[in-house]
Write a protein that binds this ligand. Structure first.
Ligand code: NAD
Length: 274
């Protein structure tokens, strides 16, 4: 258990992966459960589709029976929806300590010459503009609050943001240029804002997952052959478990990372070594 995680309010976007029952958990649900396992008892769960949020809520309550869990429908690509999401979080809890901006969408393999412009716009609106909008309202809220000081913890924290980037933030991935460019942008915003708001006691980092065994990967139209190739091509010869990505997010959010800001933590089984 991490005392700072136990004392704070965690927001997780994309925490209600809709294909849960059929295909296993998305990364967002596992992030929420990772916070619960580390003592967190105040949760604001957001997703554009809400039924899965109730599943995540009940799983949190199995770990933390006393937890307050608020579920909220939000579209991270929409300005007023993100503003309302943060306003509601502050109304419910009075503060926001750990913002995990995880919502994202994939796309099928397509040469750039064949990608419809609408696909580029949709992927960028959710994956990149979504992070920009979340930063805009989360940082504004964090700047208004007193740092969270917890006995026994080295440094008080005014707030931490962890974005879910990707190994595609660091390398070219053939046939998904709009996704790759959106995730490169996530890394850039993470570093820009980490530099800007470090002096205010707000840390901003990202995790860069490799091939993670989630509904997004299995349902992205890449097919079973693609999954097998991802396993075979990884130095560790397997997909990453979503709970392993969650461990990275909780680490970057918590007291052990009190001097870490502006980094991308690969959680990729070594995929970026190639
Ligand atoms: P997922 O599809 O299981 O979960 C994504 C969640 O985001 C879903 O619950 C979905 O409803 C939600 N969402 C989509 N659009 C939204 C919007 N506009 N507003 C709010 N919520 C929205 O996928 P996942 O694999 O758990 O992906 C989570 C994150 O991890 C994404 O940002 C993805 O790009 C990233 N990622 C995934 C992998 C992988 O292999 N699965 C690898 C690298 C990075």
């Amino acid at each position: 258990m991490d005392p700072i995680i136990a004392a704070g309010v965690a927001l997780v976007t994309g925490s209600g992966s809709v294909l849960l029952a059929k295909d296993g958990a998305g990364i967002g649900q596992e992030i929420a459960l990772g916070f619960a396992r580390n003592g967190c008892r105040k949760f604001f769960l957001a997703d554009i589709v809400t039924p899965g949020l109730e599943t995540t809520k009940s799983l949190i309550e199995q770990i933390q029976p006393e937890a307050k869990v608020v579920t909220h429908k939000a579209d991270v690509s929409n300005d007023s929806s993100v503003q309302e999401m943060i306003d509601t979080c502050i109304k419910e809890f009075g503060r926001l300590d750990f913002a995990c901006n995880n919502a994202g969408i994939a796309m099928g393999n397509t040469l750039s010459v064949d990608v419809p412009v609408a696909t580029f716009d949709r992927v960028h609106n959710v994956n990149l503009k979504g992070i920009f909008l979340c930063h805009k309202y989360e940082i504004a809220a964090m700047l208004k609050q007193e740092p969270l000081a917890v006995p026994g913890v080295r440094k008080a924290s005014r707030g931490s943001i962890v974005n879910t980037a990707s190994m595609a933030s660091h390398s070219a991935v053939s046939l998904i240029a709009p996704y790759t460019s959106s995730k490169h942008g996530v890394l850039t915003i993470t570093r820009e804002d980490a530099r800007q708001f470090g002096k205010d006691g707000i840390r901003i980092n990202c995790v860069s997952p490799g091939y993670v065994d989630t509904p997004l990967l299995r349902g992205s139209g890449h097919g079973g052959e693609y999954v097998r190739a991802a396993e075979e091509g990884s130095p560790m010869k397997r997909l990453v478990d979503p709970a392993e990505v969650a461990d990275g997010v909780v680490f970057l959010s918590g007291s052990a990372a009190s001097a870490i800001t502006g980094v991308s933590l690969p959680v990729d089984g070594g995929a970026l070594l190639y």
